[in-house]
Ligand binder design. Structure first.
Ligand code: BTN
Length: 326
């Protein structure tokens, strides 16, 4: 019912639709229409009501809302099946259960807050209301080696989405943290469901510190939020839709074999290339100069005059030039 009313109002956004025509179209009483409209207003929809004229949808909410997100969505298949929750332990874990139930590729799970959000390297991920906590279920037409590059693609999609929407030059810190002035805005947790040696399902977990103040995160975290940086409200529906649009584009590029293009786009968004970094692998430290990534997505370190490749699963990267040191 809610969606049907929104469709009627949304089809004529900015214009008045009479209560009578809504009640007639949906076969409900005028009082029931009024009640639904009150519910929509409480959910953040700006709806004007005028006697004799009816109702006019002025603005959809900036907070997460399925109808509003779908209005913004400009993808072919990503997010066409959308599951939005008030709260979940972790959207990645929920997605894993969906995979076991045979869910199709492209499904997106979003939670307004997570109680047990997970980050890379078994870290906890703080997920207060106002963030974008989203997992994308993908069955890409890729071999495992290329499918693993999708976390890099996701980093590119995030950086580009934030640039497109806000003109903000956020950088990717290898492998796929999104940082601004050395502080983390977003992170990606890519997970594989199934056997490692067969092409299976990937879950791309995306966490963006978006529409909340930095005070909502523990002070010791080297993090920031889009709202803190930009000083205005962040429309989470718009943000989710733009990330999914960019991500779909990146997935298609990789499926068409454009690994070189991914490397180039990733490098354009990256921070720290040419800078001194320190890599930590199983307790051992390697100090050198960050030379970018190779076509496998591995970090290339100029170490003692020779190039050494490091893969993301096993290392920690620190560098000072970007003031980033988790
Ligand atoms: C990182 O450590 O940088 C990765 C953070 C990934 C967080 C996201 S939020 C949505 C999804 N669900 C989770 O539990 N984690 C990912």
């Amino acid at each position: 019912m809610r969606e049907e009313i929104l469709n009627l109002l949304g089809n004529q956004q900015g214009e008045y639709v009479s209560g009578e025509s809504i009640s007639h179209s949906l076969n409900i009483s005028r009082a029931a229409v009024w009640k639904q409209i009150q519910g929509l207003k409480e959910a953040g929809y700006e709806i004007e009501a005028q006697t004799k004229k009816g109702y006019c949808l002025v603005k959809a909410p900036a907070s997460l809302d399925e109808w509003a997100l779908k209005q913004e969505l400009k993808t072919g298949y990503l997010g066409k099946t959308l599951r939005l929750f008030e709260e979940l332990p972790s959207t990645n874990d929920w997605c894993k259960d969906l995979v076991r139930q045979g869910e199709e590729s492209g499904t997106v799970v979003i939670a307004k807050r997570q109680t047990v959000g997970r980050g890379r390297m078994q870290r906890a991920w703080q997920s207060p209301t106002g963030g974008l906590w989203m997992s994308v279920l993908l069955k890409p037409k890729l071999n495992l080696a290329d499918a693993a590059k999708l976390t890099l693609s996701t980093g590119v999609a995030l950086a580009r989405a934030i640039h497109t929407l806000y003109g903000l030059e956020a950088g990717i810190k290898w492998p796929n943290d999104l940082v601004y002035q050395g502080k983390k805005i977003a992170g990606i947790l890519g997970e594989v469901v199934g056997e490692w040696n067969s092409v299976q399902t990937l879950i791309l977990g995306i966490g963006v510190n978006a529409d909340f103040e930095i005070q909502d995160l523990s002070p010791e975290l080297p993090a920031t939020t889009l709202r803190t940086i930009l000083g205005h409200e962040i429309n989470l529906n718009q943000l989710a839709a733009e990330i999914l649009r960019q991500l779909e584009h990146e997935v298609q590029a990789l499926e068409q074999g454009d690994v070189a293009g991914l490397k180039e786009r990733w490098t354009t968004c990256a921070v720290g290339i040419g800078h001194a970094v320190e890599i930590e692998r199983a307790g051992e430290k390697f100090a050198g100069v960050f030379h970018g990534i190779n076509e496998n997505g591995e970090l290339i370190l100029d170490y003692d005059g020779r190039e050494q490749a490091f893969s993301s699963g096993e290392v920690r990267l620190r560098y000072n030039a970007g003031q980033y040191s988790p």
